[in-house]
Design a binder for this molecule. Structure first.
Ligand code: ACO
Length: 457
């Protein structure tokens, strides 16, 4: 099969959010810390009758309905998540209830977990399945979902929640470029969830940022090496730089980190260039940074500022359009980078996207990271797969605007309620269904044996 990749995409985010400006006041931090400092505008969050299963049920059903798929046409379904409510039973098994009436139980794939990376691992698995001898000709479905919540304190404004579903198969308008995956994995304790009774992680924020940058550097180095050797075979001799990505999307814990990451890629290009021009052009005035070593610069503010400034135009062109959902809904964890993809589709026309190469950086603490690329098809004709994909996101902004704004006091109460109830058996979750978007699945009941029952609004 040719051009294996993403055929259709669906996003679910909660119907309520809190304003970061309000949260700054409520938390008693300096005005601008969350909005300017972290680059966040709003944060979506779930009420007590939503859990990881309900989020994924909603997004999968929406994708299948809107794409007019039959449940039989799916031969693989896997879920990437770090929101664990059961140490054994996979979210995938709950999603199988959607297939029940169709009689299709021949569906490979199961859950994958490592912080925000599980969705990318699932996407790679799904694409590899389609390219393999195990493929039976049907579609694969990749689901990523998470409820990103932090204890009160400085990490809380970097939460969020949501789910993304992707239909994977051949002849895709967003094809995964073969052989072009740069991966970096290592053992780190930057963010982890050792307390199985709590929804909250243990997080070392500063370390997590260093790990993120280091992973980005390493993945970029591997990616460049691989594309360079592909190019060599084709007779292309120029070095690969950021310029060769028309768009770059990132796992987005908060938008400011992504803006810094664009600067970081420019730093990588600058240090790799044999003789960069520092008299004019993009590297103008950066001569004094020539002797820097990447590994010494993770918390070097001078380097960060200089390269953020130099890369501003690149950021505005290649990355900013992808941050709509991240800035208004927050970090969704596993779906984050795919939410950026959805935002890009919502903010750009098919013409702007056609033929481009989209670089995608996925990061999961602990840590697992990959930089890979998607090639957008050239065909922008009305009704073409690309045209359909882009059109399916024309209402993203409107959907975001239609959410309900909740005050920080109420947000804090709901967080407390989740803390007190999310692990209970024999429990009926509180919360009004009125505010949920139509078609949303929600948790109806947890019985005395911890079995969960769901209903759809
Ligand atoms: N106006 C404008 N900017 C401000 C203001 C203000 N009044 N006050 C502070 N700032 C800036 C700071 O200068 C800083 O920016 P800089 O880093 O560019 O200098 C920024 O706001 C944040 O302030 P810090 O003091 O660094 O924030 P703090 O340490 O309290 O928390 C952190 C930030 C560490 C990111 C925290 O929110 C966290 O731990 N989040 C979760 C971990 C995370 O998301 N890690 C990312 C990768 S791993 C993952 O995806 C989970």
């Amino acid at each position: 099969p040719k051009d294996v990749g993403i055929l259709a995409l669906e996003v679910y985010f909660p119907s309520q959010y809190v304003e970061q400006v309000e949260l700054e006041k409520y938390d008693g931090v300096e005005a601008g810390k969350y909005t300017q400092g972290l680059g966040q505008r709003q944060m979506g969050f779930c009420s007590a009758h939503e859990d990881i299963n309900s989020l994924c049920l909603t997004v999968v059903q929406r994708l299948v309905e809107r794409s007019h798929l039959s449940w039989d046409s799916i031969g693989r379904l896997e879920v990437g998540t770090e929101t664990i409510i059961d140490k054994s039973k996979a979210v995938k098994t709950v999603l199988m209830q959607l297939f029940q009436d169709s009689g299709n139980t021949d569906v490979e794939g199961i859950d994958t977990t490592n912080a925000c990376y599980g969705g990318t691992a699932s996407l790679f698995n799904a694409a590899d399945w389609v390219e393999s001898s195990s493929w039976d000709g049907r579609y694969a479905l990749v689901v990523c979902g998470d409820i990103a919540v932090y204890a009160t304190g400085n990490a809380r404004p970097t939460g969020g929640a949501g789910a993304v579903a992707m239909l994977v198969g051949p002849n895709a308008p967003l094809a995964l470029e073969r052989g072009l995956r740069g991966t970096h994995m290592e053992n780190a304790y930057d963010f982890y969830k050792p307390d199985l009774a709590s929804e909250y992680p243990v997080v070392d924020g500063k370390l997590s940022i260093q790990c993120y940058f280091r992973a980005l550097d390493q993945c970029y180095a591997v990616y460049r090496k691989k594309i360079q050797s592909q190019w060599q075979k084709e007779g292309i001799t120029k070095p690969f730089t950021m310029e060769d990505f028309q768009f770059i999307i990132f796992h987005t814990p908060f938008c400011k980190l992504v803006q810094k990451s664009v600067g970081r890629l420019l730093l990588n290009d600058f240090l790799a260039a044999p003789k960069p021009d520092t008299e004019s052009g993009i590297y103008k005035g950066l001569q004094s940074f020539r002797g820097k070593k990447l590994e010494d610069t993770y918390s070097d503010k001078d380097v960060e500022k200089a390269f953020q400034k130099a890369s501003l135009e690149i950021f505005n062109q290649k990355t900013k359009p992808s941050l709509l959902l991240s800035s208004r809904n927050g970090n969704m964890y596993t779906p984050s980078v795919y939410g950026c993809l959805a935002s890009l589709l919502a903010q750009c026309s098919a013409q702007q996207l056609a033929g481009s190469r989209i670089g995608a950086f996925s990061y999961g603490s602990g840590l697992a990271a990959s930089l890979f690329s998607l090639r957008v098809s050239q065909d922008v004709a009305p009704g073409s797969p690309l045209d359909k994909l882009v059109s399916s996101f024309s209402d993203l902004q409107t959907r975001l605007d239609s959410r309900k704004c909740v005050l920080p006091e109420e947000f804090a109460q709901i967080m407390k309620l989740r803390e007190d109830t999310h692990h209970l058996a024999n429990h009926t979750p509180h919360g009004s269904k009125d505010d949920l978007f139509p078609g949303t699945w929600y948790l109806q009941q947890i019985d005395d044996k911890y079995r969960r029952e769901y209903a759809r609004k």
